[in-house]
Design a protein around this ligand. Structure first.
Ligand code: FES
Ligand code: FES
Length: 171
């Protein structure tokens, strides 16, 4: 028997009837139609299916769609804004943090959570933060560089916004 599930995905409300056994990753891909979230293993090993659930990184093959009732979900499709790549997407591009790209959405979402918790992580902290994600192509070096580069860009833009706000208060 199907049950109703209501979610917000990348800021848009979705209401569907789904089977209780439907995994969240299959809901996103097959019901909502967002195929940027990948399935590498279906057994919580690879991290390709990582998304944000209420801001927290979650492997979406480890949840049922019904468990996402009322939650705010962010997928890779929700990262770019107004036609501009998110700094993490830009950094993966610039630093060659991908080869086949299959693991990339999961890495970017896991890194987004990491940087939300720790805006200036050390290399060790990045490695630890991404240890649930596997990449079979890159050897990880450029992935680490990409996250470092994104952290720098995001911190720089926060500093510039702070300076602008301080200047506005002074004038
Ligand atoms: S598909 Fe979810 S962890 Fe691999
Ligand atoms: S870039 Fe191919 S699996 Fe990571």
């Amino acid at each position: 028997m199907k049950h109703k599930v209501v979610t917000t995905v990348n800021g848009h409300r979705h209401e569907h009837e789904v089977e209780p056994r439907l995994l969240l990753v299959h809901y996103l891909r097959d019901v909502v139609g967002l195929t940027g979230t990948h399935i590498g293993c279906d057994t919580s090993q690879c991290g390709a299916c990582t998304i944000l659930v209420d801001g927290m990184a979650v492997k979406s093959c480890t949840m049922f769609a019904l468990q996402a009732e009322g939650r705010n979900l962010t997928t890779i499709e929700g990262m770019a804004r107004d036609g501009e790549l998110h700094p993490l997407q830009q950094a993966f591009w610039d630093e060659h943090g991908l080869q086949c790209g299959y693991c990339t959405p999961g890495f970017i979402m896991a890194a987004a959570y990491l940087l939300s918790q720790n805006p200036d992580p050390t290399e060790d902290e990045i490695r630890k933060g991404l240890e649930g994600n596997l990449c079979r192509c890159t050897g990880y070096v450029n992935i680490i560089k990409s996250v470092q580069s994104a952290a720098k860009a995001m911190n720089g833009s926060r500093a510039r916004m702070g300076e602008r706000a301080a200047a506005a208060r002074r004038s």
